[in-house]
Design a protein around this ligand. Structure first.
Ligand code: SAM
Length: 291
């Protein structure tokens, strides 16, 4: 191998995990900006060649500047536009701030609690990813550095919308995929509340999504899986479990629509894609809807 080739190989980040065996995505690194171990996880930020800055936790890509909007807009606006008037919102995980940025676009919002276990993620994103962390200093935002599952148990009947922007169920986010967590979500929501949880990929995690939705269906009045496409998550696709406390099965139809001002800030979400996001390819529909 010549030296030039060797250098090129060294400058690639490769994302391997037991959650996607036998495959890995790589991004070319231009410069490592931050790399440290927090109390909870390894945190890495690098400037990539083609995806802008990238945040990596425990070896797994969390956000890239180039495609983050496809995830943040959908995990937020699907539940927010399905609620008639979300005033109090809880975000679990999401220390990068991207979800908060989107929630703040809704004028009806009076208070947002961000419950993030790892303060170093927030600090690092404030420094290196201002495009994401832009809303974290808004007076409506209150940050709690705690385990999301524990916080939920202590705040019954408190929120209109809860968004779980978690990392994968290996490490600190494991509790966010367990049945007791979904029971606490139900209790922490107001009677007409809606929650939206990161629910992994139909290409890679059907064995995880199926029982997760079954659990949710045992707890909530209505449960659906919706998805977005995003090149830097494994499989290029990631989904959300959207659960509603009231008997309302038309969560697929937004109750409200973005006005012109809000629409101009969006790059992915629109009322048409809200409805389309729930339409699953047949192989997934058979596994996830006919239960
Ligand atoms: N959008 C990303 C994705 O799907 O890959 C997730 C981004 S976000 C940065 C995930 C955050 O959840 C991390 O910052 C992590 O520290 C936080 N987290 C993990 N477990 C948690 C827990 N039990 N309570 C609160 N936050 C948690």
């Amino acid at each position: 191998m010549n030296h030039h080739h060797q250098d090129e190989q060294l400058n690639w980040f490769t994302e391997r995990s037991v959650l996607w065996p036998g495959q890995a995505q790589s991004l070319q690194i231009e410069q490592v900006l931050f790399s440290e171990k927090s109390k909870f996880q390894d945190i890495l930020v690098f400037q990539s060649k083609t995806y802008g800055k990238v945040l990596v936790l425990d070896g797994v890509i969390q956000v890239t500047e180039r495609d983050e909007f496809a995830y943040q807009e959908m995990i937020v606006h699907l539940p927010m536009f399905s609620h008639h008037c979300p005033e109090r919102v809880l975000v679990i995980g999401g220390g990068d701030g991207g979800v908060i940025r989107e929630v703040l676009k809704h004028d009806c919002v009076q208070e947002i609690v961000l419950c993030e276990i790892d303060s170093m993620v927030v600090d690092v994103c404030k420094t290196y990813l201002p495009q994401l962390s832009v809303g974290l200093d808004d007076p409506r935002v209150k940050i709690e550095y705690r385990d999301g599952a524990e916080y939920l148990r202590q705040h019954p009947h408190s929120f209109d919308v809860i968004i779980t922007d978690s990392s994968d169920p290996v490490g600190p986010a494991d509790v966010l995929f367990q049945r007791p967590f979904y029971e606490s979500l139900h209790t922490a929501l107001k009677p007409d509340g809606i929650c939206c949880c990161q629910a992994e990929s139909i290409w890679l995690h059907m064995d995880l999504i199926r029982p997760l939705l079954d659990t949710c269906r045992n707890i909530f009045a209505s449960v659906s899986y919706a998805y977005t496409m995003i090149p830097t998550y494994p499989g290029g696709q990631i989904g959300f479990a959207i659960c509603s406390k009231s008997v309302r099965d038309n969560i697929r139809q937004p109750l409200r629509k973005p006005d012109m001002t809000l629409l101009q800030t969006l790059k992915y979400y629109c009322p048409e894609i809200h409805q389309a996001a729930f339409v699953l390819p047949l192989f997934a529909k058979r596994e996830l809807e006919d239960s």
